[in-house]
Design a protein around this ligand. Structure first.
Ligand SMILES: [Zn+2]
Length: 292
């Protein structure tokens, strides 16, 4: 009873603040002079029939958003990005002659590996860290992040895939992520994780190749998390590969193994050795039949 009374009492005092939040204006443009565009493309005319994507390549926050109220140290943590993935993506792009699409901004600003209406798109807490700059976002602020960061990234992936599908070729979407070595007190043992939802055949072939080439590797099969989990049903892969019947591969590298350029490139090479025979199979580049 006491609690209810206190709540009722405080309501009028909170009201003006709430109104203030609602009328808060979004900045005219999120990014200013000298800041990179939402998405960067390298090897944009790459002939290899695959498109590499790095959704969480960067931990940058547009200056107008004032680091979302986080410290520089917090922005270095895994909650903000997937360290090492940009180096891996660029290495694969060069080695294969393939296009790589790289995000330029932190997943905390808007998580590109989600559906546009996903509740975790602009989360106000991530791995127990409170994100002040994402609290009480207005519809206009959310729309601005979608318009200036989310859609340009996904439109670019779409455009790159169409370079191939318009010629009747089904390109392989290769999605590169990295995972934190420790989560909720659990030390994750895997060096590399291979994930899949429907595309089990390619994933199994890749795991087999990795085991054969590097017997000491601890390989996560749909670990550190499964792509089949409901939470991940709407993501880059479901949007651009599964819904269009395109083949795909998703890799997760453990972050402590790839946190320098040299280390990232070493692990990219380990992956590449097992990937090449899969890409050499001409049967790969055909549209998947969608299951009802
Ligand atoms: Zn990621």
């Amino acid at each position: 009873m006491k609690k209810t009374a206190a709540k009722k009492k405080s309501a009028p005092r909170n009201a003006p603040a709430r109104v203030k939040t609602i009328v808060k204006l979004a900045p005219k443009k999120l990014m200013g002079a000298g800041e990179p565009p939402a998405v960067r493309v390298e090897n944009g005319r790459g002939r290899a029939k695959c498109v590499i994507v790095c959704d969480h390549a960067a931990n940058r926050v547009p200056r107008t958003l004032k680091d979302l109220g986080l410290s520089k140290a917090q922005l270095q943590q895994h909650i903000a990005w997937d360290p090492g993935t940009e180096d891996i993506g660029r290495y694969l792009s060069k080695a294969l002659g393939a296009t790589v699409v790289l995000a330029s901004y932190s997943r905390l600003v808007v998580d590109l590996n989600r559906g546009h209406d996903h509740p975790e798109l602009m989360r106000d807490t991530s791995d127990h860290v409170h994100i002040p700059g994402n609290v009480g976002l207005t519809a206009a602020q959310k729309k601005q992040r979608l318009d200036e960061l989310f859609w340009p990234y996904h439109n670019e992936i779409d455009r790159q895939l169409k370079r191939f599908t318009s010629k009747g070729v089904a390109p392989v979407l290769i999605s590169v992520h990295s995972f934190t070595p420790q989560m909720d007190g659990f030390r994750r043992p895997w060096h590399i994780g291979v994930l899949w939802n429907r595309e089990e055949k390619i994933a199994r072939a890749l795991v087999k190749n990795l085991r054969r080439n590097s017997p000491d590797l601890v390989i996560g099969e749909n670990e550190p998390y499964s792509l089949k989990a409901a939470n991940f049903l709407k993501n880059t892969i479901s949007t651009h590969a599964e819904s269009k019947g395109l083949p795909y591969i998703i890799l997760e590298f453990r972050q402590d193994l790839v946190n320098t350029k040299k280390k990232a490139e070493k692990w990219a090479e380990i992956f590449l050795e097992s990937l090449r025979p899969i890409l050499a199979d001409k049967q790969l580049y055909t549209l998947r039949r969608r299951k009802a």
